[in-house]
Design a binder for this molecule. Structure first.
Ligand code: SF4
Length: 644
């Protein structure tokens, strides 16, 4: 099936066994001392074992006082080299190749993390990202610039001493090198600004200094943001000039990314961004240089990676989150086990979402990722008969892990299909990819021989007869119907009934509740031709969602002319109208065909009480404990499977 992705390639003097590159996600697995921790080592070891031709790490700090998070791995002093040597040795043991990315955040130091040093930049302009507050940076003078150039090359030498197969300079994503390259952030008129040649000078000086220290044979890569997607920022035409200058300066590899923090919704694209959306940027660069070029961006299956290479748009394909979701993607693809690949679904809950909270990254679809040792699946010492109630993502995950450990697993689902609320979450626009998880889980249940009982509620009678050793309750939650006058009218429908296709709506719809379910149901209805009004009591909709994902949700709502009424309470529902109150003023919404309730859900866990005196082990997980995000529900399912 694959003609291209498993072809070896030589980059500089380095032989790479295939074209699949696992580029870094900001792991945040280290302590402020920057020493490579066991967690970081195990993370990269798992990717080497999984068959990636090349691993390019997450950003390593070059200066203790200028890093974008307290938890970045560091190569700013010689004491850190030993821990990194262990990391590279473990990767090399599996035949993997690993390049360390080094970078300086410049003005992107997030002051909410209370980092110690004032932020620096080519010009004193604060980054306009909308996700967290930043300080106005100190404008670097020439002496300070030269010092940073030295810091880069000293760090590169440590990278080489630690056994990495090459070094990559982080020249994109709005970090310091990018800030110098871009007219958006560089307003200098000295030798480091004003013209494109001058704006490149900082990076070219770094390359010259790095080359001098690491020698001619050592791989140097540069990652750039070929289009910043901001007004006045770098475009592909600017980046083509930069690419040629970099090639002339003697780099071996160009990693073509996109976006800066202001256009973050592209930099870490959620599922609303089409697959391979940015590949043409790499393609444009590839046309004008002769060194290998890497393409990146929402490439989450080997099938897309293959077509990118077949169409000669790049020489290698980077898959960051795809490798977080499934470290074994290359091996599975090579063995023809495509159905076993766990796909990144572009949810951003565990990777970018965690990073911005200052937490270690993890992954919704693969709880083991980043906790390779802590959550590894080992055979159970006592094989048990395990019943799982509820075939949503938490219940299915518990069943998969329990079955992998050798337990006899029975899964009971009252509906006629598996997936639970997750199936409904996949219905609104841009959420279709959630179904890849359901398909993967169903496939694994089948392969593992789990006994599945659809349209079956687990009753006391079944428990008495079958006598299980353990029951895991994953019964989820039921929608709340508030006591609003008129709520019993025939025109009132629960959002979940619409998403499940059980109920129809008229053309004029009011959605009561602007949480994630309400906003997404509104987008779904508006996308299919209804005129929709959202009535929300709070001052914003979808408040708890991931901002980068919500960027596209809001765009959908706007493009479909959804009317959003904030700080508004519903007073009464009538057959063809809804009475609401905003700022002490009553407003009647007329000619309404359907009222959709999306107020929230309440845990359903009655069975736990009933069974606790009958079964030795009863564990309740997921929404059945408390309504929560998919990432927490799935991890609880996984851990329950490990626990029994
Ligand atoms: Fe992909 Fe979501 Fe996992 Fe991030 S958390 S890697 S977006 S599946």
């Amino acid at each position: 099936m694959f003609r291209s992705i498993f072809q070896p390639i030589k980059i500089g003097n380095l032989e790479i066994k295939n074209r699949l590159v696992n580029t870094g996600v900001a792991t945040s697995y280290c302590n402020p001392d920057g020493i490579a921790t066991n967690r970081l080592i195990e993370y990269y070891e798992a990717r080497a074992k999984g068959g990636w031709g090349l691993i390019i790490t997450d950003n390593y700090g070059i200066d203790e006082l200028c890093k974008d998070s307290p938890f970045v791995p560091g190569v700013w002093n010689d004491e850190q080299i030993e821990s990194h040597s262990k990391l590279t040795e473990r990767v090399h043991n599996y035949g993997g190749r690993i390049v360390a990315q080094i970078g300086h955040p410049g003005r992107e130091v997030k002051n909410y993390l209370s980092l110690p040093k004032a932020v620096v930049a080519p010009s004193p302009i604060k980054d306009p990202n909308t996700f967290y507050p930043l300080d106005v940076p100190h404008e670097l003078n020439v002496e300070e610039i030269k010092e940073i150039v030295e810091n880069f090359s000293d760090a590169a030498l440590r990278v080489k001493k630690a056994g990495y197969d090459g070094v990559e300079l982080k020249g994109g994503y709005g970090y310091l090198i990018n800030q110098f390259l871009s007219p958006f952030s560089n307003k200098r008129t000295d030798e480091y600004g004003g013209t494109i040649l001058n704006r490149c000078r900082f990076l070219l000086e770094i390359i010259e200094s790095v080359r001098e220290k690491v020698g001619e044979d050592y791989l140097i890569s540069v990652r750039i943001s070929a289009d910043e997607f901001v007004d006045g920022g770098l475009t592909i035409e600017d980046s083509k000039v930069i690419a040629r200058l970099l090639e002339k300066a003697g780099i071996d590899l160009l990693n073509v990314a996109f976006g800066v923090y202001k256009s973050m919704y592209y930099m870490a694209p959620p599922s609303a961004v089409p697959h391979g959306f940015f590949v043409d940027l790499a393609s444009e660069i590839k046309k004008i240089v002769s060194i290998p070029v890497i393409a990146v961006g929402r490439i989450n299956t080997p099938l897309i990676a293959e077509t990118v290479l077949l169409s000669e748009k790049a020489d290698l394909v980077a898959m960051s989150r795809a490798g977080l979701a499934d470290p074994e993607l290359p091996n599975k693809a090579k063995e023809g086990r495509l159905e076993d690949i766990i796909h990144c679904i572009g949810c951003l809950q565990g990777c970018v979402g965690a990073y911005f909270k200052g937490q270690p990254v993890h992954c919704l679809v693969n709880p083991e990722s980043g906790k390779e040792k802590e959550l590894s699946i080992k055979p159970a010492l006592n094989k048990k008969k395990v019943f799982i109630v509820g075939g949503g993502i938490a219940g299915m995950e518990a069943a998969i892990v329990a079955a992998k450990r050798g337990h006899e697993v029975h899964l009971y689902e009252k509906e006629d299909k598996l997936g639970g609320q997750w199936l409904l979450a996949a219905v609104p626009p841009h959420k279709e990819e959630l179904n890849t998880l359901t398909v993967w889980q169903k496939t694994q249940l089948g392969k593992l021989g789990v006994n599945i009982f659809l349209k079956t509620e687990l009753t006391e009678e079944i428990v008495d007869k079958e006598n299980p050793d353990a029951v895991i309750i994953a019964t989820g939650a039921n929608p709340i119907v508030p006591g609003i006058p008129g709520v019993d009218s025939g025109n009132v429908i629960i959002a979940q009934d619409i998403l499940a296709g059980r109920k129809n709506t008229g053309n004029n719809v009011v959605v009561i509740g602007g949480g994630q379910v309400g906003a997404e149901t509104a987008a779904h209805l508006a996308n299919h031709g209804s005129r929709v009004t959202i009535v929300e009591m709070q001052d914003a909709i979808a408040k708890l969602g991931i901002p980068l994902v919500n960027h596209f949700l809001m765009k959908d709502l706007k493009e479909n002319n959804v009317n959003i009424m904030l700080n508004t309470a519903v007073k009464e529902i009538f057959e063809d109208s809804v009475l609401v109150e905003r700022n002490n003023e009553e407003i009647k919404l007329d000619n309404i065909d359907t009222v959709v309730m999306a107020i929230g859900s309440r845990s359903e866990n009655k069975l736990a009480d009933i069974l606790k005196n009958k079964v030795k082990e009863v564990i309740t997980i997921g929404d059945a404990v408390k309504v929560r995000d998919g990432i927490n529900a799935l991890e609880e399912g996984y851990k329950a499977g490990l626990q029994i």
